[in-house]
Design a protein around this ligand. Structure first.
Ligand SMILES: Cc1cc2nc3c(=O)[nH]c(=O)nc-3n(C[C@H](O)[C@H](O)[C@H](O)COP(=O)(O)O)c2cc1C
Length: 316
């Protein structure tokens, strides 16, 4: 509860991670450096997620790897990153700048369960506050499936990471599935501390003058306002499932405080903001906080926690 009873309390706790407000910077946007992540906090973010990191550095796909479409972006960056060790200095810089005010969660991925586990233990060694397993990576053994599309693989992956690490472990789900609730159950059964949903939706754009796909990778992932109704539906379905008890972090197309409230009413305890940052500026965090406080005051509520699950009939 806030000291001043007239000021609504925006703080939340997510899977044991304490946040001064429920707004986090999403993985892969404005998180190239410690300085840019620290700027998001200065502008009002309650926490940040790093770009997805692998054991070894990765180049990513050649340009063009991003294209603007109605209501969003399609990107096929190919997870470029300097490797976990190569990101150590950025995390140290971030921590020096923010002095514990806003937790940092490391997003990790690999091309096998063993690589995910090693990436997770290495990331824990960077002194982060939590791990986010990016399930949207092709599984070499998975007959074209991604790690996060196969409930049997999810259970084993999360179990192995939990057995070798001590940090809160979140699993980021893909919406590219016919049944996200089954995937969420697998995340919980594996022992994860929280769910993050959603990653981007598979999409493509064709240049009609050349009759060629615009992206060198042919297809990519759609993000931005166009995917918000999909994300809200996914969060709602998981939150409404009575056997899913771990908290959910909503992400996908959030650009205003109203969008935050919508995701929280669907069942999210906290949210992440991506594409709207890459369009506008990091100031959206400050604007959202103002809007959330005004909404709580206008509806006679003292805490943002009271919003979670209102539309799903549950509270996490
Ligand atoms: C340019 C770009 C890069 C991204 N990189 C990552 C990444 O490295 N790891 C990840 O888990 N998600 C990544 N995402 C997905 C976002 O974190 C987020 O799940 C998705 O974009 C939906 O949220 P939004 O509509 O607010 O952007 C990326 C998205 C964009 C647009």
């Amino acid at each position: 509860m806030a000291d001043d009873a007239t000021v609504p309390d925006l703080s939340v706790e997510f899977a044991g991670i304490k946040l001064s407000n429920p707004l986090l910077l999403a993985s892969g946007i404005a998180d190239e450096t410690g300085a840019s992540m620290a700027r998001a906090v200065k502008e009002g973010a309650g926490g940040v997620v790093t770009k997805s990191l692998s054991i070894q550095p990765r180049q990513g796909h050649p340009n063009p790897c991003i294209v603007e479409v109605e209501g969003g972006l399609i990107n096929a960056m190919g997870l470029p990153n300097p490797g976990i060790e190569g990101f150590r200095e950025e995390i140290e810089h971030y921590k020096k700048k923010t002095r514990g005010r806003a937790p940092i969660i490391a997003s990790v991925f690999g091309s096998s369960i063993e690589e995910y586990v090693e990436a997770s233990t290495l990331a824990e060694g960077l002194g982060v506050d939590g791990l986010e397993l990016n399930g949207s990576c092709p599984n070499a053994k998975g007959l074209g499936l991604q790690f996060g599309q196969d409930p049997v693989v999810i259970i084993e992956l999360v179990r192995e990471v939990k057995a070798r690490t001590t940090l809160p472990v979140l699993f980021k789900l893909t919406p590219n599935t016919h049944d996200i609730v089954t995937l969420a159950r697998a995340v919980q059964e594996g022992g994860a501390d929280g769910i993050v949903a959603i990653n981007t939706l598979q999409a493509m754009k064709i240049d009609i003058m050349t009759a060629r796909p615009v992206l060198t990778n042919t297809t990519g992932g759609l993000s931005g306002p166009a995917i918000r109704p999909v994300g809200v539906r996914c969060v709602f379905e998981m939150a409404r499932a009575p056997d899913i008890r771990i908290p959910i972090m909503g992400v996908g197309g959030i650009s205003t405080w109203e969008d935050v409230i919508e995701y929280m009413m669907a069942g999210a305890t906290a949210v992440q903001v991506g594409t709207s940052i890459s369009w506008g500026n990091l100031n959206v965090f400050g604007e959202m906080k103002k809007g959330l406080r005004a909404f709580l005051m206008g509806t006679g509520r003292r805490s943002i926690k009271d919003i979670t699950g209102l539309a799903a009939g549950v509270g996490h």
